[in-house]
Design a protein around this ligand. Structure first.
Ligand code: DHB
Ligand code: FE
Length: 283
């Protein structure tokens, strides 16, 4: 069956991402209201914006264009997309600088909680005619001292073979290519899915307009998103990429790391298999 789903729009993805962020924010621990910290960070940020105006001799017309653009990013709900593409990678780097276990990467705007609970060996929920090359990701969750972490959970979500995420793109069923996998008593798991395509930021909104106006590209390399939890351990939020994948060396979100690149191999049964062990730091 061929069906043409409507293209996701920036406003559609943006407002869905803003709503998902607002829901998550209700349960997140809140940043303190330490006036001294706010003074330090806000003063430095505002100072640097003023430095840019001075250094580049920003004109009144450019200043007005920036104000109009900022208003549009807010009105279309694109701030979660914009920040996760241009800023989250540095927040992640700073937050996890002392980590000894597996490398983390950005969460991005498309995580959704409370997805299907799946056993250690499983297939992600997908459409009967789901496009894409079959892929199996297997491995083990361990602590930094090598102890297998029985019953660890692995939340996994990724784009489909058209580069679209369920819950954010029209036409993709809720929960598609998302799941919460419980590892076995040795921390092992084996997840069957399909290979995602690279993801392109919707170009019809203000984030896309900025990227086009500056002559940049809007692509992220194909990736799997993972959030790995185990009792007594820090949660690991990361992504896995594919060796040789397009845009791997020019990710618009600057979220790739050499340690996070899979090299899947054919298993002789029409699938490609990759293994990855997640090593968690004690909390
Ligand atoms: C964005 C999308 C992603 O899939 C991702 O992993 C990171 C950022 C974004 O559009 O902002
Ligand atoms: Fe993503």
């Amino acid at each position: 069956m061929t069906q043409t789903a409507p293209e996701p729009t920036a406003a559609g993805s943006g407002s869905a991402a803003t709503e998902a962020f607002r829901v998550a924010q209700r349960t997140r621990a809140h940043a303190g209201s330490d006036a001294q910290r706010i003074d330090t960070v806000a003063r430095d940020l505002i100072g640097r914006i003023n430095d840019v105006v001075r250094e580049h001799k920003v004109t009144y017309d450019e200043y007005a264009a920036v104000k109009a653009w900022l208003i549009e990013v807010g009105e279309t709900g694109e701030w979660p997309l914009w920040f996760d593409v241009f800023v989250e990678h540095t927040v992640e780097e700073v937050a996890h600088a002392d980590r000894k276990g597996s490398k983390g990467s950005i969460e991005g705007p498309y995580y959704l909680p409370d997805q299907a609970q799946l056993p250690a060996e499983c297939t992600l929920p997908m459409r009967p005619d789901e496009k894409g090359a079959p892929l199996v990701l297997s491995g083990q969750v361990r602590s930094v001292d090598g102890t297998p972490l029985a019953g660890a959970t692995i939340e996994i979500w990724h784009a489909d073979a058209d580069g679209y995420y369920s819950g954010f793109a029209p036409g993709v069923p809720d929960g598609n290519l998302r799941g919460v996998v419980t590892a076995d008593d040795q921390g092992r798991f084996s997840i069957s899915t399909v290979e995602p395509a690279p993801y392109e930021i919707p170009k019809d909104g203000p984030t896309g307009k900025l990227i086009a106006a500056a002559g940049w590209h809007a692509w992220r390399p194909a990736h799997l998103h993972l959030m790995v939890h185990a009792p007594g351990h820090e949660t690991l939020t990361t992504q896995l990429y594919f060796k040789g994948g397009q845009w791997l060396d020019s990710d618009v979100a600057q979220a790739t790391k050499p340690e996070l690149v899979l090299d899947p191999q054919p298993d002789g049964q029409g699938r490609r298999v990759a293994s990855y062990d997640f090593v968690l730091d004690p909390a």
